[in-house]
Design a protein. Structure first.
Length: 344
């Protein structure tokens, strides 16, 4: 039995992490921690033997704990993860890995030095559509993947306006670091995790001071972008266009990813997969049908982490991939500020 202590008991823990841990019969939740102690106490009410903390250092010092699960605001991910790894705990962390490349690298170094498993949430890799696309790409059916696009664009969908999501010090950025992690990671994983070499980006903050439906301008901090776009070049010659927004004047919200290969291509739009190939001089469109009941993606990701801790699987999500991701995001922000391409 693996014993876990969780740090951060807010919304993402309640609807994504908690169901995942409860679905793993080898895991027992033995401690809850939140800077707002009342939140930790509320999370622990159905776990009568669990300890409650408001200081993560006390949780980490508990010798009973094997795993630390992190679902705090982004700023604290690296601080808590590094402390837990150095204390000999395995760590599962909500995305993004960290708010800057230095902290992401420190996390990766701590994992390597401790010999413990560090994994960040990358739940989109675990959809049936993504796993199928990965299989056919690895089988060579798409040929060489050379050009991609991905994004997640919302008409109106600013999370936690005035709270930590829109406060750069705590979040590290806006939709690029919030939504971009998901789709850029999925695009890179499907393409074999090529190394990024240059990025170019632009960011915009157009909706922060817009009044709400009542005519009032919302209070609180909003010092991050509400739209980011960019272009990434990889060491194998492939490239990826990106676009992420919390608010923009579009028809409807859309989450999308496509890759074009020498032998075929595919699109994944709002979780619907389509394949585009050619046979005998005829163009062919295909839409795979998945009949099995899907496992929730966050639960599948946590299940993979537990299996890796127990030695049943090899990690498909590694700290080095997290470092590359945070380097990309940081460089896009830098490019937007400087107005030129940035080399990683």
């Amino acid at each position: 039995m693996l014993r876990i202590g969780v740090v951060g008991t807010g919304g993402i823990f309640k609807w994504a992490h908690l169901p995942g841990w409860l679905a793993c019969e080898e895991v027992e939740i033995v401690a809850f921690c939140d800077a707002f102690r009342a939140s930790a106490e509320a999370a622990a009410k159905d776990f009568p033997h669990a300890k409650v903390y408001d200081d993560y250092r006390e949780l980490i010092a508990n010798p009973q704990i094997d795993i630390v699960g992190i679902s705090t605001p982004n700023l604290y991910h690296s601080e808590i993860a590094i402390a837990a790894l150095r204390a000999g705990k395995h760590v599962f962390c909500e995305k993004p890995d960290a708010v800057n490349p230095v902290e992401a690298q420190r996390m990766a170094d701590a994992a390597r030095e401790s010999g413990k498993l560090l994994m960040a949430m990358r739940n989109n890799r675990f959809s049936e559509e993504a796993k199928f696309a990965k299989r056919i790409i690895e089988q060579g059916q798409m040929g060489e993947m050379y050009m991609g696009r991905c994004g997640w664009i919302r008409r109106r969908g600013i999370p936690g306006r005035g709270g930590w999501f829109t406060t750069k010090e705590l979040s590290g950025g806006g939709p690029l670091i919030d939504l971009g992690v998901h789709m850029i990671d999925l695009a890179m994983w499907l393409a074999g995790n090529p190394k990024p070499v240059t990025v170019s980006g632009s960011t915009y903050r157009q909706f922060a001071d817009r009044p709400d439906a009542s005519g009032k301008v919302p209070e609180g901090t909003f010092d991050v972008e509400d739209l980011a776009a960019g272009f990434i070049r990889f060491d194998n010659g492939a490239s990826l266009q990106i676009e992420f927004s919390w608010a923009s004047n579009i028809e409807e919200e859309k989450k999308f990813l496509e890759w074009r290969g020498t032998e075929g291509g595919f699109s994944l739009v709002n979780d619907k997969l389509k394949l585009f190939t050619e046979s005998g001089g005829v163009l062919i469109d295909q839409q795979p049908k998945f009949t099995a009941a899907p496992v929730p993606q966050h639960t599948a990701n946590i299940r993979h982490f537990v299996d890796c801790v127990l030695g049943r699987e090899r990690p498909i999500i590694t700290p080095d991939q997290g470092v590359d991701m945070i380097k990309i995001l940081s460089a896009i922000y830098e490019s937007a500020e400087l107005g030129r391409e940035v080399r990683l």
